[in-house]
Design a binder for this molecule. Structure first.
Ligand code: ATP
Ligand code: MG
Length: 416
């Protein structure tokens, strides 16, 4: 016997959990349409350089979370750990800048990170991401934040904390890094081992450390806002203004940097109590210097976000906030009447009525039991006597009302 289990940190979604995922994805697809986004699908794997260069060598993702392997020709490939680098590559590779001045793209799909699995943290997980490329206006930063908050609202999640920060641009980041080095300097030895290394290679990463002691040390660090250039300040001020104008509350967090190196100016994250330890349901920010990497150094401004679908699923399941679709009709038949089943179901489906049969004419009692388990709205009983008259019995499972209806006219007796 082969005893094979799924790889660590992966999930099988089926029946309710897969229906719930689909419910989430469909709702998101409908909402993003209202904001003018078009779907983009990029490969599940890319050349490794895309991520090492795009996300940044000093990040956790590149340092220890990527699933990397060689193809037969010895080129290094990596399962995508996030979506933005791929979208940026695809944008340039397909010259999308020639299509529209501003491109709004969204993705829904799996990402892969070799993390320590726990609730809400998996090695294969789904993200919804929105990327808007081509505009440097803070208005679009505000819109992308609102899009994400509105999605949460549509799912009945109102109690969220929106954190925002400015992380500066290529011009002013270095002066903030220096200030940070100085501020942390004499406490460097007290940092966790990883952060001691981060201090030298990528000091901003310390702000993203989850270690309690490190968090304590960075509590009183200098504020980004006091070090960023005038352009970044104006951008941030305008973003705050727009959010306030629209009535969206937020908290400015001086330590918010996010786990990816490409962010410039705006960084944001949405947290909720409903999630416990993994409190972030989505994050994002502006990445004005990422596209230049693939475009001969010519930068194109952009902003994006990524939401963890499994975290959303956890919140919704905890709140019993999932309304999955019901089966309209379940058919119960006898051996003698089974020949009619497929014909009847064809007709119902042609009338947009979902239906199913147990595909084994067991006792009527067990077929009723099964119909109940399937949460069908109606059960249609094909009895031999009724069938001879061109009729069948239709029972409404909610009201328990039962009536005889003509086989030619079942659909008009079904309330959707
Ligand atoms: P975290 O701080 O929780 O590790 P992150 O900073 O790595 O998150 P991003 O890379 O910005 O997160 O991804 C955006 C969202 O994707 C997160 O807010 C979270 O909801 C989800 N996410 C990230 N990593 C995982 C994972 N391993 N499993 C499930 N969801 C994840
Ligand atoms: Mg992470």
């Amino acid at each position: 016997m082969l005893n094979i289990k799924k790889p660590r940190g992966t999930n099988d979604f089926f029946y309710d959990s897969s229906k719930n995922l689909e419910f989430i994805e469909n709702k998101i697809k409908n909402i993003v349409k209202l904001y003018g986004y078009g779907r983009i699908r990029t490969p599940l794997f890319e050349y490794t350089e895309l991520f090492t260069r795009g996300i940044g060598e000093g990040t956790d993702i590149v340092g220890k979370e990527m699933f990397t392997f060689e193809d037969r020709g010895g080129r290094s490939l990596t399962l995508r750990p996030e979506g933005t680098a791929s979208v940026a590559r695809a944008y340039i590779e397909n010259s999308m800048q020639n299509e529209f001045a501003v491109n709004k793209l969204f993705y829904l799909g799996t990402m892969y990170r070799a993390e320590r699995p726990q609730k809400g943290r998996y090695r294969e997980f789904n993200q919804f991401g929105a990327e808007c490329i081509g505009s440097s206006s803070p208005l679009i930063d505000a819109e992308i934040i609102l899009l994400n908050i509105n999605i949460l609202k549509e799912f009945g999640i109102d109690n969220v904390n929106l954190l925002i920060n400015t992380v500066g641009c290529s011009k002013c980041k270095p002066s903030y890094n220096n200030a940070l080095k100085e501020a942390i300097g004499n406490k460097k030895d007290e940092l966790c081992e990883t952060c001691q290394r981060r201090y030298d290679i990528n000091i901003l990463r310390i702000l993203d450390c989850k270690n309690d002691r490190c968090r304590e040390i960075i509590k009183d660090i200098p504020k980004f806002y006091d070090y960023v250039c005038d352009e970044c300040k104006e951008h941030f001020d305008r973003l705050c203004e727009e959010l306030t104008r629209i009535g969206q509350s937020f908290t400015v967090s001086n330590t918010l940097v996010r786990g990816l190196d490409y962010y410039t100016k705006t960084a944001f994250e949405v947290q909720t109590d409903a999630l416990g330890a993994q409190s972030a349901v989505l994050g994002g920010g502006r990445y004005d210097n990422l596209i230049g990497l693939f475009n001969n150094g010519k930068d194109i401004p952009a902003v994006g976000s990524a939401m963890g679908i499994e975290r959303l699923l956890i919140i919704l399941e905890n709140q019993n906030n999932i309304i999955s679709e019901r089966l309209d009709v379940f058919i119960a038949a006898f051996k003698e009447t089974e020949n009619e089943v497929l014909k009847i179901m064809q007709k119902l489906r042609a009338n947009n009525i979902s239906c199913d049969y147990g595909f084994s004419a067991k006792s009527i009692k067990s077929q009723f039991k099964y119909a109940n388990k399937r949460n069908a709205k109606y059960i249609l009983v094909l009895g031999e006597d009724e069938l001879k008259k061109g009729m069948c019995r239709l029972k409404n499972m909610d009201s328990t009302e039962e009536k005889e209806v003509s086989l030619n006219d079942i659909h008009s007796n079904i309330e959707k």
